[in-house]
Design a protein around this ligand. Structure first.
Ligand SMILES: Cc1cc2nc3c(=O)[nH]c(=O)nc-3n(C[C@H](O)[C@H](O)[C@H](O)COP(=O)(O)OP(=O)(O)OC[C@H]3O[C@@H](n4cnc5c(N)ncnc54)[C@H](O)[C@@H]3O)c2cc1C
Length: 630
């Protein structure tokens, strides 16, 4: 495969690696799965919401539901492509801007479970409202401020933010998306030492249109560490009414048409030194941790979307009669419905498991949160695609057109448009795969990486090999033996065989990771499709574990049907897992990659045939467009 590591790529990797959270202070369920260990005790019994916390959430949800149903016209917001800003006050009245802000600073101080319940409920109604609330408090100023702010900073900003001073998170730039380490926005210290001068621009800043304060990441002057210049990225709280802050463009999208997302420019903007967050050089780490900890919101929205879609699908599958039977009675439609139901159940299980564990606070959730984002966004997208199909032509028709001709105005077309972005923002599915893969191979990398690098001196290689050899002499054989065939999981009834399968496949997975390291050595990093299959297997094993423990908890409360859904989901996930193992090393990745390199050079351009080419704009038109942007 071609070498893709340019100097810039190496530097970006170094900065990203330096900003990675490397400490594992608490146990990790998924981390153990990758090492061949099913540590069920970490997720079983399924964490249930304490009664007092639930009561607090219930009271808020009642108010929120009424507010959404009575005040928020999601269809109109979507149709106009503009939010109804008069709703901001109403959201403020019920405390929605401060859900995640601690009570001592004037917020509601919600648990992760209650916050995700509120986000979920909102997501069943209006995607744009979710985006306003979530960009403000899942990733906007309150989140990094809570994690890394000084007491003075918290006292100054959190009460304001809780009362509806809207905030935003500004990381992405036109030139950097998935790879923010290479950002161009710069902050330099002012000569008088009183602060910083910020210059640059940030793209797709959600809430930027109305934000009073934003958290912005920028390059600050490099430092010399061990004789080598080290790039620094720092984070700042910025008041948007500071001179030099300019909204350069309002971005419009396929979905979430009511969000206030902008290209924001900074022209010699002064930031007082007290507004540096955490410390100089810690900005990228702050951004990545903010995204990691805020990452449960999108999965909660996706699972809730799944619930809304099930309602529509059930109604339509019963109502619509074709060929003499309700369409849900035709096996092909029934298969789609069963897939939607079992996968919505798994999405729910993941959301309430991760939320409950976040509230319990005794496990590391980095990998689980990334898997929740990856799994729920991918599955919710497949659900909406199936729903459009089940609705037939009506799935493609807008809700207002349906209503205008006297039919039920199910907003399936809007749900589809709103859903698509979830696989992209707050880290694309590809980036989640890479992040999870990096952590999955890390325990082996730590032991074996030095041996695999050609530049390691022979004496260091020998000593590293001796240490690794001693470890793997016991670890490797132990990954072949386990207790999965014994009646260890008997308490889980019908689902016990799936737990045995998870245990066996987790050992299989850990051996496969080891084999992949041995086979590809230092080049494994570039074998993305192998890594992605490893991650997909791990993610499905995690989803199965979540679904099983969730079903067991629900069954104990009398919800016996939950076992059927978990069983169905596990059977579907097992087909995917088996397929991924089969093609892990036996695949056509090399051929596909070779073909694409030729494709990129234009060697298959003949395939594109005759296309209508857009007219090239005149110099005057380009100038006019630039004038309008400026
Ligand atoms: C509606 C909307 C709201 C947003 N809100 C915010 C916000 O509030 N704040 C903010 O800072 N940003 C925001 N973003 C930006 C968003 O987070 C980025 O779009 C996202 O991180 C991806 O970056 P990109 O679009 O530049 O894609 P790119 O990074 O250019 O990626 C393009 C494609 O290449 C893939 N890819 C990239 N690198 C690799 C790799 N190494 N290996 C394999 N595949 C790779 C990606 O997965 C993707 O499929 C928003 C974007 C949108 C559209």
């Amino acid at each position: 495969m071609a070498e893709v590591k340019t100097q810039g790529a190496v530097e970006a990797m170094e900065v990203a690696e330096a900003s990675r959270e490397t400490e594992w202070e608490k146990p990790s369920f998924v981390g153990d799965l990758f090492l061949g260990k099913l540590n069920l005790d970490l997720i079983h019994p399924f964490p249930e919401q304490p009664a007092a916390d639930k009561a607090e959430g219930d009271a808020f949800l009642t108010k929120l539901e009424r507010f959404l149903a009575e005040q928020v016209d999601a269809e109109e917001i979507d149709r106009k492509g503009e939010y109804d800003y008069s709703l901001f006050d109403g959201l403020n009245e019920i405390g929605a801007w401060g859900m995640k802000i601690p009570k001592e600073y004037g917020g509601l101080g919600f648990s992760a479970t209650n916050y995700n319940r509120a986000i979920g409920l909102t997501a069943t109604w209006c995607g744009s409202t979710v985006a306003w609330l979530s960009a403000h408090q899942s990733i906007g100023v309150p989140q990094p401020l809570k994690l890394f702010g000084t007491e003075e900073q918290k006292k100054k900003y959190l009460p304001r933010l809780a009362k509806g001073a809207i905030s935003a998170f500004a990381l992405t730039e036109p030139g950097v998306g998935s790879d923010p380490a290479k950002m161009e926005t710069r902050a330099v210290p002012t000569p008088d030492g009183k602060g910083w001068t910020l210059n640059g621009e940030k793209l797709w800043c959600t809430n930027g249109l109305k934000a009073e304060v934003i958290v912005v990441m920028a390059q600050t002057p490099p430092k010399i560490v061990n004789g080598k210049e080290k790039k620094q990225i720092s984070a700042f709280i910025l008041e948007t009414n500071t001179p030099g802050v300019e909204i350069a463009h309002r971005c419009q999208f396929m979905g979430l048409r009511g969000i206030g997302n902008v290209l924001i420019r900074f022209n010699d903007v002064f930031i007082p030194k007290e507004n540096l967050l955490w410390g100089e050089g810690l900005g990228l780490k702050l951004a990545l941790i903010t995204l990691n900890t805020g990452r449960l919101t999108i999965p909660a929205g996706c699972a809730a979307g799944g619930r809304r879609m099930l309602e529509i699908a059930r109604d339509w599958a019963n109502e619509r009669v074709q060929w003499g039977a309700p369409i849900g009675k035709h096996e092909a439609v029934a298969a789609k419905l069963s897939w939607m139901a079992s996968h919505t159940f798994a999405m729910e299980a993941i959301v309430w498991l991760t939320s409950g564990l976040a509230d319990r606070g005794d496990v590391d959730l980095r990998l689980e949160a990334a898997m929740a984002k990856l799994f729920n966004t991918e599955m919710a997208w497949k659900c909406v695609d199936e729903l459009v199909q089940i609705r037939g032509g009506r799935g493609f028709e807008t809700s207002w057109s349906l209503k205008a001709r006297g039919e039920k105005g199910y907003p399936v077309e809007r749900i589809m448009r709103d859903m698509r972005i979830n696989r992209i923002f707050e880290g694309t599915s590809e980036i989640q795969h890479l992040f999870i893969a990096r952590e999955a191979v890390d325990p082996h990398m730590k032991r074996g990486y030095k041996i695999l690098l050609p530049e390691t001196p022979t004496n260091e290689k020998l000593s590293a090999a001796a240490k690794a050899g001693a470890y793997y002499a016991t670890w490797y054989p132990s990954r072949y033996v386990g207790w999965s065939r014994f009646p260890k999981y008997g308490d889980f009834g019908r689902l016990s065989t799936h737990l045995g399968y998870i245990e066996r496949q987790s050992r299989h997975l850990s051996r496969s990771i080891f084999h992949a390291m041995m086979r590809f050595q230092a080049k494994l990093e570039r074998k993305q499709m192998v890594l992605f299959r490893i991650v997909d297997i791990g993610t499905d094993l995690f989803a199965m574990s979540s679904a099983i423990t969730y079903a067991e908890m629900l069954a104990k409360k009398g919800e016996k049907n939950a076992i059927d859904l978990a069983d169905l989901f596990c059977r579907e996930a097992r087909v995917r897992i088996d397929q991924n193992f089969r093609t892990l090393f036996d695949n056509h990745d090399e051929l596909a990659y070779r073909v694409v390199q030729k494709f990129m050079k234009g060697e298959y351009q003949w395939l594109e045939g005759q296309l209508v080419e857009p007219l090239v704009p005149t110099a005057e038109q380009v100038e006019e467009a630039i004038r309008q942007l400026a």
